[in-house]
Design a protein around this ligand. Structure first.
Ligand code: S3P
Length: 415
């Protein structure tokens, strides 16, 4: 339990941890490549540690030193292992595709939250490639058994980078061509990294095609995670002025900036550059008067992890905001439609949960109060932003779960 006081002002320049999605991929893809790679500014959150441990269990040489990870693959992955994915959906879903591609047997399991999340969404498309993936009633534990993979054309029902990546990681080991098409483009870090590693890959809008490819290891310098920066950007908008340095601004991840445009948040992107195939920038945000917004399904994938925070910002706006087409939030680390609505309401806001999103009646303020993280890192961090910007502050219970993606979050906030 941690008390968060309200503040009238929040200012500063912040270096946020490395991107979670890119760190997972840098470790997993390099472990499956020829040669040795160094990953710098890696996120050492619990989710990425789950990926490092799983790759070690499979026989890769993965050494960590602070935020640097050295990765060396193995030509002969260990079979018959039980792989602990912890709380991490990205570890479990990408690794299922990876293991299927290596033709080995493995059992993937996770904690209670991960074990309640849907896994048929990967089992189904992978089985179309010939993979033998057996879930436990659509959930983890997942058993992957050796099989020969053959390319196929796959259309995904949900826009999910985790599912798309699982198919691509299996597809680079399949005979022939594998293509995967999504309803709305999701984050494309896997595609970019596979390309940098020499894979035969072509992207055409929402359709990506890969052929059997040997990968060569590449060093990755990980940009800061826009999903972690988002909390500091929001505090700049609500309470003063913040600058987040060297943040990844890959367009498939910058939905929050498009939400900022609608909300009327004043921000600038400075020092734009490209590093390792990913765009980065320093993002400066200043105190802004917020107005109500509407977001729909097309907007959602590029801001999926920021939606609880965006809903919170809507509570500080003037008027009624509507967020729809976000049903995927129901199957994240918590049911984020239910938990976000409850969080905002407990702090004195007015948020109504709908099947696929929210209606938020913005009152330009929150009172504060005692809240819970529901053991969901993004809800814990959204709560902290809400309480800092509220009139009275309040306690967050079970806030330690922010270590999943941002271990020193509360130190950085200085609370
Ligand atoms: C991720 C993709 C998203 C996101 C998750 C990380 C990834 O999940 O919510 O935090 O690294 O591929 P979905 O692909 O299931 O939407």
């Amino acid at each position: 339990m941690r008390f968060i006081s309200s503040r009238t002002q929040f200012e500063g320049e912040f270096f946020l941890p490395g991107d979670k999605s890119i760190t997972h991929r840098a470790v997993m893809l390099n472990a499956g490549a020829d040669g040795e790679a160094v990953v710098t500014n890696a996120l050492m959150g619990e989710d990425c540690i789950s990926t490092c441990r799983a790759m070690q269990a499979l026989g890769a040489d993965v050494q960590t030193d602070g935020t640097t990870i050295q990765v060396k693959g193995t030509p002969c992955f260990q079979t018959g292992k039980r792989l602990d994915c912890g709380n991490s959906g990205t570890t479990m879903r990408l690794l299922t595709g990876f293991v299927a591609g290596k033709g080995i047997q493995a059992t993937l399991y996770g904690d209670a939250s991960l074990s309640s999340r849907p896994m048929n969404r990967i089992a189904k498309p992978l089985s179309l490639l010939g993979a033998k993936v057996t879930t436990t009633d659509g959930h983890a534990p997942i058993l992957v058994e050796p099989s020969t993979l053959c390319g196929a054309d796959i259309s995904l029902e949900v826009a999910s980078a985790q599912v798309k990546s699982a198919v691509l990681l299996a597809g680079i080991s399949a005979e022939g061509k594998t293509s995967v098409t999504e309803p709305v483009l999701s984050r494309d870090h896997t595609e970019r990294m596979l390309k940098a590693m020499g894979a035969d890959i072509a992207v055409d809008g929402k359709k990506t095609t890969v052929s059997k490819s040997a990968l060569r290891a590449v060093d990755v310098c990980v940009p800061s995670d826009i999903s972690s920066a988002a909390y500091f950007m929001a505090l700049g908008a609500l309470k003063g002025y913040t600058v987040c340095k060297n943040v990844g601004v890959n367009p498939t991840r910058t939905g929050i900036l498009r939400a900022f445009d609608k909300l009327g948040v004043q921000y600038t992107l400075n020092n734009r550059r490209v590093s390792g195939g990913e765009e980065t920038a320093d993002i400066a945000v200043k105190r802004s008067t917020l107005k109500a917004i509407t977001l729909t399904a097309e907007d959602v994938p590029a801001m999926i992890d920021e939606l609880p925070l965006i809903a919170l910002l809507c509570a500080f706006a003037d008027g009624e905001s509507i967020i729809s087409g976000a049903k995927e939030l129901r199957v994240k680390e918590s049911d984020r439609i239910a938990t976000t609505a409850e969080l905002i309401n407990r702090m004195g806001g007015e948020c109504y949960a709908r099947e696929d999103g929210f209606i938020i009646r913005g009152k330009k303020k929150l009172i504060g109060g005692d809240v819970d993280s529901y053991l969901d890192h993004r809800i814990a961090m959204t709560a902290a932003v809400g309480l800092i910007a509220s009139e009275k502050g309040g306690n967050i219970a079970r806030e330690e779960c922010c270590a999943i993606s941002f271990p020193d979050f509360f130190d950085k906030l200085d609370v």
